[in-house]
Design a binder for this molecule. Structure first.
Ligand code: BGC
Length: 249
């Protein structure tokens, strides 16, 4: 089975037709820059543009960078505030005429890709996925079951919003070396570890590179793995959610 997965990010809105059994892309990924300002209407138009560029008529899944319940958006940390309170799922459904549209938090989507098909597949206990980009996304699964909209990328950390110390824009703005950023991120993982006692961390983005030996980068008790699907996990997880007609409450 195939589904179209769309990942709404702070700088780009990306989509691909995904083979749900393997996570592979059946058609090359497309990316459209996130409209600025990223108002509710502009975001709907961009998602609809992606759908029409793929000529897609099947299930559509959307990963959104904020809190989503049912199809309504509750936060917009890095997008226009007109999205707050907006029924994005139904607006996309109306605009595209697609029969099946699922929408969920982007980190939760990325987590689904890894839990079902990637590094978290078959792992028992608590798995925490952390995505580092324009924002810090965190998804938590217990025995494969998601606790949605965790939002602990905004937890207070060293007296500040963790995201403002760890996001990609802040790493670049403060010209932090990878080593220095990794040290900060290590402290953040250790903080999460003390709160949630996970069995596995899956990480992607920021200063972390796939070839790094993560056990020498991070000092956590919990093993840390690099996401198998890298930055495409969000697209793949959104497609999985679409194929299951998932509704997050
Ligand atoms: C948002 C999260 C999102 C993360 C990654 C944060 O600013 O609050 O909901 O998962 O960015 O996009």
């Amino acid at each position: 089975m195939q589904a179209l997965g769309v990942d709404i990010g702070g700088s780009g809105i990306k989509g691909a037709v995904v083979d749900i059994q393997t996570g592979e892309f059946a058609v090359k990924r497309l990316r459209i820059p996130t409209p600025s300002p990223a108002t509710a209407d502009a975001v709907v138009d961009t998602v609809a543009q992606l759908v029409s560029e793929f000529g897609w008529k099947g299930p559509l899944g959307i990963g959104y960078p904020g809190v989503v319940k049912e199809s309504v958006v509750f936060t917009a940390a890095n997008l226009d505030k007109s999205l707050v309170g907006f029924d994005l799922g139904n607006a996309v459904k109306t605009k595209t005429g697609l029969p099946q549209v699922a929408i969920l938090n982007d980190a939760d989507a990325a987590g689904f890709a890894e839990i079902r098909l990637g590094e978290g597949a078959g792992v028992k206990g608590v798995v925490i996925m952390v995505t580092v980009g324009t924002g810090i996304g965190v998804a938590l699964f217990n025995n494969g079951v998601l606790l949605p909209n965790l939002e602990i990328g905004h937890i207070e950390f060293h007296g500040e919003d963790a995201e403002s110390l760890l996001s990609e824009p802040s790493r670049k703005k403060k010209k932090l070396s990878r080593k220095r950023w990794n040290q900060r991120f290590d402290k953040y993982l250790r903080y999460l570890e003390g709160l949630f006692w996970p069995d596995l961390f899956i990480v992607v983005g920021g200063g972390i590179k796939k070839q790094d030996k993560l056990e020498s980068v991070f000092s956590t008790r919990t093993p840390v793995k690099f996401a198998r699907f890298k930055n495409q996990a969000g697209i793949i997880g959104a497609a999985i959610a679409a194929s299951e007609n998932m509704v997050i409450r």
